[in-house]
Design a protein around this ligand. Structure first.
Ligand code: TXA
Ligand code: MG
Length: 320
């Protein structure tokens, strides 16, 4: 199978209706979508990505009226969060309805839901009478795709169709929050800044390490290119790697290394997030032996960037 890349929403809808997995654009990253109510279709998503079954998927809705098919009830604050950030890059982990197959949620009694802001995928969801379960459309553990070509490069031989919606505008995955002991808790920083969420529901609790070694959303080594990533003071690190072909990932400064990707000349963190995954892919493809990445300002989209770089640099799954 070689995936066709196209912009035909009805082709994608037909394939999804007949139980296939299809790559779809969202404002954050491309997703690999399947009918959330069809366990067989969802199983394909896990197998195409080589994703372990303990890592649950996000369910994507086109309209708020679909919520009642997915979620049992809305806890305090959920409605306000949806009003403030949907459609957009905020995922809420909510009590799930039994109708959602266990494979989608890895057997948890919660389900992660979001309403994507990409017009092509909104049109697609409009045509379907089921929501879409979709993880990012990359092999498990690798950098997420932000263009249709990124998806084709890695999964093109395994899926029938890639719905092309152009480059993703946000560039990092959604922010994920859920309730722990009645308090909204940050599971993954992402496309909506923590500061904006806190303006709606008050301070978020930091995530506590759970007893399980690998709890959903907490897998350490992730978002990783195939060459080592080292995060820190690039000027101090460079002499240590003098014998290697070094690729540098920087916000706005060119440190004069063998290759450099500057993410935003003006130091804009949203622009930096948009370019992050593409830059990591280019550095890997350039023949660099190691990537040295700056630490970004820990605010707004900078938090998500730092989180992805930290995980890209984690050697084993449970390190930290
Ligand atoms: O922006 C995004 O969120 C993209 C686009 C395609 O929507 N999707 C995405 O999916 O990043 P994925 O599968 O790569 O990451 C979903 C994360 C995983 O870390 C998973 O563990 C967590 O969501 N998750 C899903 N259901 C959960 C639940 N019930 N409780 C806690 N974490 C959950
Ligand atoms: Mg992912």
């Amino acid at each position: 199978m070689i995936a066709r890349i196209g912009t035909d929403v009805s082709t994608a809808a037909d394939l999804l209706r007949s139980g296939h997995a299809v790559a779809i654009p969202t404002e954050t990253v491309y997703g690999l979508a399947a009918n959330a109510f069809d366990p067989e279709a969802v199983l394909q998503v896990f197998s195409i990505k080589a994703r372990p079954s303990f890592d649950p998927l996000i369910v994507h809705l086109g309209r708020k009226e679909q919520l009642h098919r997915v979620v049992k009830h809305l806890p305090e604050g959920a409605e306000r969060l949806m009003d403030a950030f949907w459609p957009g890059p905020l995922t809420l982990v909510l009590p799930k309805r039994l109708e959602i197959p266990d494979i989608v949620t890895s057997g948890l009694d919660t389900v992660a839901v979001r309403m994507p802001a990409h017009p092509t995928t909104q049109e697609l969801l409009e045509q379907l009478d089921f929501p879409l379960a979709a993880p990012s459309a990359n092999p498990f553990g690798y950098v997420s795709p932000t263009t249709a070509q990124h998806v084709a490069d890695q999964l093109g031989g395994k899926i029938p169709y890639i719905l092309d919606g152009g480059p993703c505008h946000v560039g990092v995955e959604s922010t994920i929050i859920g309730l722990e002991g009645g308090r909204w808790t940050l599971y993954r920083p992402g496309g909506v800044g923590v500061e904006s969420i806190e303006a709606v529901v008050g301070a978020l609790s930091p995530m506590h390490r759970r007893i399980l070694p690998v709890a959903p959303g907490q897998i350490e080594s992730h978002y990783a290119p195939r060459i080592p990533v080292v995060v820190g003071e690039v000027e101090q690190l460079l002499p240590l790697y003098a014998a290697e072909r070094v690729g540098v990932l920087a916000l706005c400064k060119d440190h004069g290394a063998w290759r450099t990707e500057v993410l935003s000349v003006s130091g804009d963190l949203a622009e930096a997030a948009r370019g992050l995954f593409g830059a990591l892919r280019r550095l890997e493809a350039s023949g660099a032996e190691v990537i040295l990445a700056e630490r970004f300002p820990d605010e707004g989209l900078g938090r998500a960037i730092n989180d992805r770089l930290r995980r890209a640099s984690a050697k084993g799954p449970y390190r930290d």
